[in-house]
Design a protein around this ligand. Structure first.
Ligand SMILES: Cc1ncc(COP(=O)(O)O)c(C=O)c1O
Length: 637
């Protein structure tokens, strides 16, 4: 058990309080805990959740979801805006909508809709598919349904049907042609105009975001209308006598905005456009400021790529203040503010957990010291003897020279093996002795004031590789595709010292399936501190993965969606696993690739019939193969 001082030291060392936003910490047993309702509530031990999930028949890898954490994030965002509206005496309201694309998993959207009901949260969609899913939810009457993205006639017709169903739909025009299609449809509608979708215009701002997604904005971005296109759109509304149908102006300067300054610039520009349009006699009542609020993945609170240099409250204050100042200056009524934050709402709510299968490169020859050199050639025997000599006599003073000697002997032995002068056993011994020499040399190199490039490169070769039972492409695809950093920590044993500086490799057959960059407050690190696995499972947690990772997940090597458990706090037991969803079985992954189950079975059956197996053996083999089609594709314990 850790005492308070030790606990605080460890929390500081691993940085969990910096990126955990009050949701993650460590308990006295050294286990990671989650407090889904924020600080000062009961902590749920993640290793305990895994044990419980195992009792329910699940195994790692799995996602642990905390729906209460989603609710808490929605409330944090809502109260940040409520505070700001009050502080600046703002006359408009605030409306939140959640962008579907950030996590389209049914389990997640169910939670967003449920948790956002009391706050009137709406949904934002960017495609017909997302729209059809969003439309299936019964929402509060004032909850907005915002349609961004490029639209065709069919998408527009869907929006009209939704309005007839009583939904508050805003069709945000992304390009010049869309508006004409919408206006034509309104004109042909026999019903009351208030039953038609409202129209929004997405404005292309000059201001740009910051960080990895800054190209989503600025005059060169692919989204939104230029000023001349806005003017044409306004004229078209006028020509159709539908000026009052314009309800919203929208902008979005990209995801993960790292610097608050960029938001302020965009807000100033957008509010000015809004005010000018009002002054032209149009009456949009919403200013939609998009998403983009950054998540502080590395806990540094800076404008670096994996962080954000502002809090939610600061963001809300700046949004309300800037808009209200521009409106005062232009003497127009303040608009209702809509935000479409996705990442900051979703990121914290889920943790991917997996087990470590092995530490690569740790195998040792048991009897290396007793090895007797009886080489097939004099030359190879001599090189082997030299390697043993180097290992025995290397000191802090001679290590560089001795290491260079070892490199030569090792290379010569490799050549001799290829010429047939070395046995496999001798090759194994030479590799083992050479590795020990390298590790010894590395050890001495750490004691030098400056580590040379040569030894820095050697260090990389001998870093431990922990084989984690998951697919990076499925569970944290952004880490592979754009180098996004996520906090990674062992879920237990924080009361013990770590023994290895390691990188993490996944179980896909792809050399890109590895993690070589880890968060650090000062800069990123190329290794993570881990414990030596013992006889108990060693679990790693990948945190803040709730936004975009499940949407972008790909099934490389046909590793599919992983098991899921939902955890809720509970008055009686502290917490309960409230829902279990099994991951994709092999057959589902194959069906998505057009392999029908019955065809697969036919294929197996035909081969069995031609085999030398008896009828009974053929039957039992087929039953076994059918069972395998229902298996989880990840490694079993
Ligand atoms: C139009 C629009 N709105 C909202 C979002 C959500 O952004 P974020 O998840 O960064 O809050 C996006 C994503 O880039 C978007 O394109």
């Amino acid at each position: 058990m850790l005492n308070t001082r030790q606990l605080l030291e460890i929390i500081e060392k691993v940085g969990i309080a910096d990126w955990g936003a009050g949701y993650f910490s460590i308990n006295e047993k050294g286990d990671i805990i989650c407090t889904p309702k924020g600080n000062h509530t009961v902590g749920i031990s993640l290793p305990d959740v895994i044990e419980k999930a195992k009792q329910e028949g699940l195994s790692t890898p799995m996602i642990i979801r905390f729906p209460e954490l989603i609710k808490n994030q929605l409330e944090r965002m809502h109260s940040a805006f409520s505070n700001a509206l009050q502080e600046f005496n703002y006359s408009g309201n605030y409306h939140g909508v959640f962008p579907f694309k950030v996590n389209q998993r049914r389990e997640f959207i169910d939670s967003i809709v449920e948790c956002g009901k009391d706050l009137g949260w709406g949904l934002e969609v960017g495609s017909k598919t997302e729209f059809m899913a969003a439309l299936s939810y019964t929402m509060r009457e004032d909850a907005l349904l915002i349609c961004n993205g490029f639209k065709d006639k069919e998408f527009i017709e869907m929006a009209f049907l939704a309005c007839h169903m009583g939904r508050k739909v805003h069709l945000v025009v992304e390009g010049p042609d869309e508006l004409e299609m919408i206006l034509d449809k309104i004109k042909t509608e026999k019903r009351d105009r208030s039953k038609c979708p409202s129209i929004g215009l997405r404005v292309k701002l000059y201001s740009k975001g910051s960080g990895k997604w800054q190209d989503s904005s600025g005059s060169n971005s692919k989204f939104g209308l230029t000023t001349i296109e806005v003017m044409n759109a306004l004229a078209l509304l006028d020509a159709f006598d539908l000026k009052t149908q314009l309800s919203m102006l929208h902008f979005h300067i990209g995801s993960q905005i790292t610097a608050i300054k960029r938001f302020k610039e965009a807000l100033k520009e957008a509010a000015r456009v809004y005010a000018k349009i009002i002054k032209m006699g149009y009456t949009p009542s919403y200013l939609n400021i998009g998403g983009g609020v950054g998540v502080d993945y590395d806990g540094s609170q800076t404008s670096s790529e994996s962080s954000a240099n502002y809090s939610l409250q600061e963001f809300a204050n700046d949004a309300v203040y800037v808009i209200s100042e521009v409106c005062k200056n232009e003497a127009v009524t303040e608009p209702n503010i809509v935000s479409e934050s996705g990442r900051v709402i979703a990121a914290y709510h889920s943790v991917v957990v997996t087990d470590i299968r092995e530490v690569q490169g740790e195998e040792k020859l048991a009897n290396i010291k007793d090895f007797e050199i009886s080489s097939q050639s004099k030359e190879s025997g001599q090189h082997l003897k030299e390697l043993f000599y180097v290992l025995k006599n290397m000191t802090p003073k001679n290590f560089v020279e001795f290491y260079h000697d070892a490199v030569e002997h090792h290379e010569d032995l490799y050549t001799l093996f290829n010429l047939g002068y070395l046995s496999l056993e001798e090759r194994a011994v030479s590799e083992e002795v050479y590795k020990e020499i390298c590790l010894k040399a590395l050890h001495y190199s750490y004691q030098e004031k400056y580590q040379s490039e040569e030894f820095a490169a050697l260090k990389k070769i001998y870093e431990s590789k922990y084989l984690a039972n998951f697919s990076i492409f499925q569970s944290i695809p952004d880490s592979w595709s754009i180098g996004q950093l996520f906090p990674v920590l062992p879920l237990s044993r924080h009361d013990e010292r770590t023994s290895h500086q390691a990188t993490i490799v996944d179980i896909t057959c792809d050399s890109d399936g590895c993690l070589k960059n880890f968060i650090d407050k000062k800069s990123s690190k190329t290794v993570i501190d881990l414990h030596s696995p013992n006889d108990k499972p060693y679990y790693l947690g990948f945190f803040l993965v709730g936004a975009y990772q499940e949407s972008l997940a790909n099934e490389h090597n046909l590793f599919g969606a992983i098991h899921e458990v939902e955890v809720h706090s509970d008055k009686k037991d502290g917490w309960v696993v409230s829902k279990v969803t099994e991951g994709d079985p092999i057959k589902e992954l194959l069906t998505c690739r057009n392999y029908e189950e019955h065809e697969l079975l036919d294929g197996y059956r035909q081969q069995l019939e031609k085999s030398s197996l008896s009828d009974l053996e053929q039957k039992t083999t087929l039953i076994q193969l059918e069972k395998y089609l229902s298996c989880y594709p990840y490694l079993k314990e």
